[in-house]
Design a protein around this ligand. Structure first.
Ligand SMILES: O=P(O)(O)OC[C@H]1O[C@H](O)[C@H](O)[C@@H](O)[C@@H]1O
Length: 380
């Protein structure tokens, strides 16, 4: 199937070029078997490009989650670890989760947020991926995913949908022919070729974009890198600084109380803004707050209580929701986002750029008072 979606000849030229280096980490999940067949046998990648690609029942003792915390070996190889190795990192790196439906995309010493990844795939799809050459039916993201893809949809005049977290909402849109590409901040990206998240598809989409941008360039001095592609995207569409704070295994009662407090708070903009200004006078005003609710345009079903949103005048956004997948106690997720249109300001460190909003989010939600936590368990 992939042969009819992507231009394998073009990708093969890139992967077999001595200039391009690649690393794919299957974290000992099922993606390993497919990676060998597709990347090495079909597309000519070096055998040494594959990391942890022998599927193991216990995932080799690791946790097969494609993120900066758990894909440790790949992160180190890509030059993003604490101690940088002397070896020059590969140009492109990617990881899959245990069942290969999710993905993480990395460049040399560079992390691509899942929200940026789906936006960049959507922006380049028509030119770089033959399956989409006649145009996109529409694009979609889950509510907590950053608005990077919204800007692409607006610029390219595409149908756009913001759905609750949970892949079934995308499925309905795709079945109805309303959406071609969708993605989530939780590292899931997919298209209507199977209407599911597809980790290998996402990597082939990125390889296609790299191959397309380097078509005339493989014999030149310098390749167009993953980082170049992301920075060019920010220069055109602006950048959505983005981070997610997870508070895992919080007392379930405390998490419920925090959410109930926020539900009440979101109805009073005055109260919200006095808390915002009390925390940071340099952060803009909240102009809208709500509890996200979604009416499915296909079957008409309504999903309520899908997270609390605080929308700021400058396009920034705070979202609080309870995870539906945590295993012990409750997991509170806090999503923090800030839009920067000025291309001279899109190159900052994201944690540094978001620090004022983080401060506001923690004070606004009384996170410490409700949960007793002074720091999140995981920051993505
Ligand atoms: O944030 P959570 O509720 O833990 O959900 C995280 C993810 O869980 C599952 O994998 C769903 O298929 C995804 O659609 C969702 O994004």
């Amino acid at each position: 199937m992939f042969r009819s979606i992507f231009d394998f000849e073009l990708i093969r030229k890139l992967l077999s070029s001595s200039k391009f280096t690649f690393c794919y980490d299957a974290l000992h999940g099922v993606a390993g078997a497919y990676a060998h067949r597709i990347f090495v046998e079909e597309l000519g990648a070096q055998e040494s490009s594959l990391l942890n690609c022998v599927p193991k029942e216990d995932f080799g003792g690791g946790h097969p989650d494609p993120n900066l915390t758990y894909a440790k070996e790949l992160v180190a190889r890509m030059g993003l670890g604490k101690s940088d190795s002397a070896v020059d990192p590969p140009e492109f790196g990617a990881a899959a989760d245990g069942d290969a439906d999710r993905n993480m995309i990395l460049g040399k010493r560079f992390f691509v947020t899942p929200s940026d990844s789906v936006a960049i795939i959507a922006a380049n799809a028509v030119n770089a991926i033959p399956y989409f050459s006649s145009g996109l039916k529409g694009v979609a993201r889950s509510m907590p995913t950053s608005a990077a893809i919204d800007v692409v949809a607006k610029n390219l005049n595409l149908k756009f949908f913001e759905v609750p977290t949970g892949w079934k909402f995308f499925g309905n849109l795709m079945d109805a022919g309303l959406c071609s590409i969708c993605g989530e901040e939780s590292f899931g990206t997919g298209s209507d070729h199977i209407r599911e998240k597809d980790g290998i598809w996402a990597v082939l989409a990125w390889l296609s974009i790299l191959a397309f941008k380097n078509k005339e360039n493989l014999n030149g001095d310098k390749l167009v890198t993953v980082e170049d592609i992301v920075r060019q995207h920010w220069a055109i569409y602006g950048r959505h600084y983005y981070t997610r704070y997870d508070y895992e295994n919080v007392d379930a009662g405390a998490a419920k109380d925090l959410m109930a407090y926020l539900v009440k708070l979101q109805s009073s903009l005055d109260e919200i803004n006095s808390s915002v200004k009390g925390a940071r006078s340099d952060v803009s005003n909240v102009i809208n707050a709500d509890e996200f609710e979604y009416k499915d345009p296909v079957d008409g079903s309504v999903s309520k209580h899908q997270g609390i949103r605080f929308l700021f005048e400058d396009g920034s956004r705070l979202v609080f929701r309870l995870s539906g997948t945590g295993s012990e106690g409750a997991t509170i997720r806090l999503y923090i986002e800030q839009y920067e249109k000025d291309s001279s300001k899109t190159g900052r460190d994201s944690q540094e750029a978001l620090a004022p909003l983080v401060e506001v989010a923690l004070k606004l939600s009384k996170m410490l008072e409700f949960t007793g936590r002074s720091a999140p368990t995981v920051i993505t």
